[in-house]
Ligand binder design. Structure first.
Ligand SMILES: CSC[C@@H](O)[C@@H](O)C(=O)COP(=O)(O)O
Length: 369
């Protein structure tokens, strides 16, 4: 993704060759600031506090967190402690667990002296692979957009609704849900994106709008409650969202509010697609409602809103009556029956055991029955 003409991934190594630089997403869209992470504790804090967020980027940051831990102390004890610390940061996105398991597999058999280089190498490989997976998702999602464009009157854009942020900034590059949109835009297909603001943290208004704008993709930010209304009026051609964990049977956990959009899409005959790289599939579970842990986040995310004040400073203001109880489940589960298809790096498939196993026979072989 280019920001002010310069290409950025969302995570890279500092000039010193060992610290890990990330974009501070809590400062966007008002400030583009980077943070250098110098320890596994700092990597864990960055994930927990959502300096970095989005399932694939959480996994990539955790992988580098293990490398940072090995640089400080390459013993088995330190490895176990880092895996436990990083693994406890956020519960829903399975990419975290996937990346840590992969790091454990690579690092554990090695002598301590060989662990640092191997850990950095594996974290870099996870990042490079994520870029390739997301680019491939874009390639497989592009025909869906192209087909709709072909049915529209000339010059009319394909109206795509998305929820939360499943773009470049949630991955290492390209994004998942936004990758087909970027490729369609770059191919000259007129697209327009309805961006759900995505309360409580406003990842849509703050991040998706920011990156679509940086790439020149026409978009309109809407309140979370507007999507159903727009669908009833024929103003949404397609929904594409990301996911934090997809079960072996195709149930999909994503940012809170996704389920309501799936219901509205179903009621209005609007195709509802979910874009995901295979590390987001949890092959060990089938029933998303029962088995996907849903993160509960601090009530302050509900009671307060942060934004740019008229004096140019970013401030938080209270929007809930003092004394009211609040609840903040951060994700919900959309059952497979409401999902038109899954856009993966290997192609588009039905949201079902058969669909996923057809595309990923090598990975599905250990799937829960
Ligand atoms: C490619 S990212 C897919 C999901 O991680 C994304 O849609 C999402 O729900 C992010 O949640 P967040 O709480 O901001 O980490």
């Amino acid at each position: 993704m280019k920001i002010n003409g310069q290409h950025y991934r969302t995570i890279w190594l500092a000039q010193d060759g060992w610290r890990v630089v990330v974009i501070d997403q809590t400062r966007l869209p008002f400030r583009f600031e980077t943070v250098a992470l110098g320890s596994s504790e700092q990597a864990a804090d960055a994930i927990r506090n959502m300096v970095v967020r989005g399932a694939p980027l959480i996994g990539a940051t955790a992988a580098y967190g293990v490398a940072l831990a090995m640089r400080a102390d390459a013993s088995d004890t330190a490895l176990d402690a880092a895996l436990a610390l990083l693994g406890a940061t956020r519960p829903t996105a399975v990419n975290l667990r996937w990346a840590l398991a992969r790091m454990r597999r690579v690092v554990t058999p090695l002598a301590p002296a060989a662990r640092v280089e191997a850990a950095y190498g594996e974290a870099a490989a996870i990042c490079d692979e994520d870029v390739a997976l997301c680019r491939a998702i874009g390639g497989h999602g592009l025909p869906l957009v192209r087909e709709i464009a072909a049915r529209k009157p000339a010059g009319q854009p394909v109206n795509i609704l998305t929820h939360c942020n499943a773009g470049w900034i949630a991955t290492v590059d390209w994004g998942t849900a936004l990758a087909p949109i970027y490729l369609a835009h770059d191919a000259g297909i007129p697209v327009h994106v309805w961006v759900d603001e995505t309360r409580p943290r406003n990842q849509g208004a703050a991040l998706t709008a920011y990156e679509l704008g940086a790439h020149g993709v026409p978009h309109t930010v809407i309140t979370d409650n507007a999507g159903g209304h727009l669908m009833q009026r024929g103003q949404v051609d397609l929904v594409i969202v990301g996911t934090d964990r997809t079960t072996a049977a195709g149930d999909v956990a994503n940012k809170i509010g996704t389920y309501l959009k799936a219901l509205a899409a179903h009621d209005n005959g609007v195709p509802f697609y979910v874009a995901l790289p295979s590390p987001t599939i949890d092959w060990s579970i089938r029933d998303g409602l029962r088995d996907i842990p849903i993160e509960e986040r601090a009530g302050r995310e509900v009671t307060h809103l942060a934004g740019l004040a008229e004096d140019g400073e970013v401030r938080a203001v209270r929007v809930v009556a003092p004394g009211s109880a609040v609840a903040n489940p951060a994700f919900d589960v959309t059952p497979a029956r409401l999902v038109t298809g899954l856009i993966t790096e290997r192609g588009v498939c039905a949201a079902s055991s058969e669909g996923l196993a057809g595309l990923f026979p090598d990975l599905a072989c250990g799937a829960a029955a």
